[in-house]
Design a protein around this ligand. Structure first.
Ligand code: NAP
Length: 284
C-alpha cells in the first residue's frame, strides 16, 4: 500500500481502528476521519506508534452534520490531490429517534447520507487516483426501504432504521458501481461479521445484557477488519466492482438491494437531501 492514500471514517475505534492499523502497517498514507479531535488524536498517536508509520493524518467531522462533511471533504481536497481508497466505515445504531440539525433522522444521516455526500464530494480525487476503490461498510442487517417513511417519522425502531440505512448504503454502492463504470474507480460493500465493538453504546437494559452475554461469541475487531483490508489492498479485487462481500468473498445481499429503479430513486432523493447542487448525470 506504499504510495496509496486511504481515507477512512470512524477510524478511532472498533473495526475502523483495526482497519486503519492494518493498512498503516502495510505502508499506506492514512487520513483518519474521526468524530472528535480528542479521540482521533489519541487513536492516531497510538496507531503511528504501533504500526511504525508516521504518515497518518487526522480530519475531524461530525458525520451527522452535512456542513461538517463538506468541510472535511474540502480540507481533504486542499491537502491531497489523489484518493486511492475511501472507506466509509463510521456507523451508529440509536434506540430512539434523533433528528440532526439538518432536520434528518440521525441513523440515515450518519450511516448513509454522509457516505453518499462524502463520496460525491471526493469523486474527482478518486478519479485522479484511478485505479481507486470505494468501500462501504454495510451490515448483514438489511431491511427493504420504505420510501414513504425513509426517516422513520411514522414508525421508528433502532434496528429497523439501522437495517434500512445499510440497505440504502448497499443500493448506493451498486448504483455507484454502475455510474463509475469505465473510470477505474470501483465501489464495493461488505458485512464485517458479528464483531465485538461498542456499536450498541446507546442501548441500555435487557438488550445490553443480552449483548454482554453474547460478547464472547463475537469476533474481534481485527477479524472484522479483514474484509475491508482485503477490499482496500488485494490485487485480486482491483477490477471487481458492485459486489457485497462477507469473509472476503462476494455473496448475494438481500433481494431489495438489487432493485435498480429503487437505487436511482434513492440517488435522486439523496442528492436533494444533501443539496448536492451538481448534475451528477454524466459526471458520476
Ligand atoms: N460490530 C458489528 O458487529 C458490526 C456488524 C455489521 C456492521 N458493522 C458496521 O461496522 C462499522 C464500524 O462499526 P463498529 O462495530 O466498529 O462500531 P464502533 O466501534 O461504534 O465504531 C463506529 C465508529 O463510527 C464513528 N461515528 C459514529 N457516529 C459518528 C458521527 N456522527 N460522526 C463521525 N463519526 C461517527 C464512531 O466515532 P466515536 O466513537 O468517536 O463516536 C466510531 O469511530 C459501522 O458502520 C457498523 O454499522 C458492525
Amino acid at each position: 500500500m506504499k504510495g496509496k492514500t486511504v481515507l477512512i471514517t470512524g477510524a478511532n475505534t472498533g473495526i475502523g481502528r483495526a482497519t486503519t492499523l492494518a493498512l498503516a502497517g502495510m505502508g499506506a498514507k492514512i487520513v483518519m476521519l474521526c468524530h472528535t479531535r480528542e479521540r482521533g488524536q489519541k487513536a492516531m498517536e497510538e496507531i503511528k506508534e504501533k504500526s511504525d508509520n508516521p504518515d497518518i493524518d487526522l480530519l475531524v467531522a461530525d458525520l451527522s452534520v452535512q456542513a461538517d462533511v463538506r468541510r472535511a471533504a474540502a480540507e481533504f481536497a486542499a491537502r491531497y490531490s489523489r484518493l486511492h481508497v475511501l472507506i466509509n466505515n463510521a456507523g451508529v445504531i440509536l434506540p430512539n429517534r434523533v433528528v440532526t440539525g439538518d432536520g434528518l433522522e440521525s441513523t440515515l444521516a450518519v450511516n448513509y447520507l454522509a457516505p453518499f455526500l462524502l463520496t460525491n464530494l471526493l469523486r474527482d480525487r478518486l478519479k485522479a487516483a484511478a485505479p481507486a476503490r470505494i468501500i462501504n461498510v454495510a451490515s448483514g442487517i438489511q431491511r427493504a426501504l420504505d420510501f414513504a417513511d425513509l426517516q422513520g417519522e411514522k414508525r421508528y425502531g433502532g434496528l429497523r432504521a439501522y437495517g434500512e440505512s445499510k440497505t440504502a448504503l448497499i443500493l448506493h454502492t451498486y448504483e455507484l458501481a454502475r455510474r463509475l463504470a469505465g473510470t477505474g474507480v470501483t465501489a464495493n460493500c461488505l458485512h464485517p461479521g458479528d464483531i465485538r465493538t461498542d456499536i450498541f453504546r446507546h442501548y441500555t437494559g435487557l438488550f445490553k445484557l443480552i449483548l454482554s452475554i453474547s460478547g464472547p461469541l463475537m469476533r474481534s475487531p481485527e477479524k472484522g477488519a479483514q474484509t475491508p483490508v482485503y477490499l482496500a489492498s488485494s490485487p485480486k479485487v482491483q477490477n471487481v466492482t458492485g459486489r457485497y462481500f462477507v469473509n472476503r468473498r462476494p455473496v448475494k445481499s438481500s433481494a431489495s438491494t438489487y432493485d435498480e429503479s429503487a437505487a436511482r430513486r434513492l440517488w435522486d432523493i439523496s442528492a436533494e437531501l444533501t443539496k448536492l447542487e451538481i448534475n451528477m448525470e454524466g459526471t458520476l
